[in-house]
Write a protein that binds this ligand. Structure first.
Ligand code: AMP
Length: 175
């Protein structure tokens, strides 16, 4: 990557017990505020997929949007938002998935991806993997091909990567 991994790591702020007790929240706002580091992180997220002829980069609401949009431009691809229920104005396709307690749902516009689109999924943090898997399932149900998943931070102890199957999963920082 164009910037040092230690510098990138130093721009992630750890916030204990947010949003609830026992969670160590990885806050990327210091990184977003430092243009050279932000730019280096975007390059590092995009680089493994430069030769994959990506057509669409799917960003997951909300922090995934911030990273996915510049990655899409870097790869010469379009940007597609995957959002929480009720936020997208056009016809949507929804996918519900299990959380530790209860379920959550993500939606995408039905016309946002077409069959044979080559897709990269992007988010800030890979934890249990449920969110990235749900976004992949949405894209695949619309007929697209998920070439990979690129996340800024992977929380390795939670084993999310193993839920993503054969899809190429790339993380800039392993914490
Ligand atoms: P998961 O579905 O468990 O992989 O959780 C990933 C989603 O939750 C991503 O969209 C992250 O933005 C968010 N997330 C989960 N854990 C954290 C964390 N420790 N710090 C920041 N965001 C997190």
């Amino acid at each position: 990557m164009g910037v040092d991994a230690a510098v990138v790591k130093a721009h992630v702020r750890d916030i204990p017990d947010y949003p609830e007790p026992g969670i160590m929240f990885r806050d990327i706002t210091p990184l977003l505020a430092a243009p050279d580091v932000f730019s280096g992180a975007v390059d590092a997220l995009a680089a493994p997929f430069e030769r994959e002829q990506i057509d669409k980069v799917v960003g997951i609401e909300a922090r995934g949007f911030i990273l996915a949009a510049p990655i899409a431009l870097a790869l010469g691809a379009g940007f597609v938002p995957v959002r929480k229920p009720g936020k997208l104005p056009w016809d949507t396709h929804a996918h519900s998935y299990e959380l530790e307690y209860g379920t959550d749902t993500l939606e995408v516009h039905r016309d946002a991806l077409s069959a044979d689109d080559r897709v990269l999924i992007v988010d800030d943090v890979l934890a249990t993997g449920g969110t990235a898997l749900a976004a992949s399932d949405l894209a695949e149900k619309l007929g697209a091909q998920v070439l990979g998943i690129s996340v800024f931070i992977e929380l390795g102890a939670l084993g999310g990567r193993s839920r993503l199957g054969a899809r190429a999963t790339h993380a800039v920082l392993m914490l």
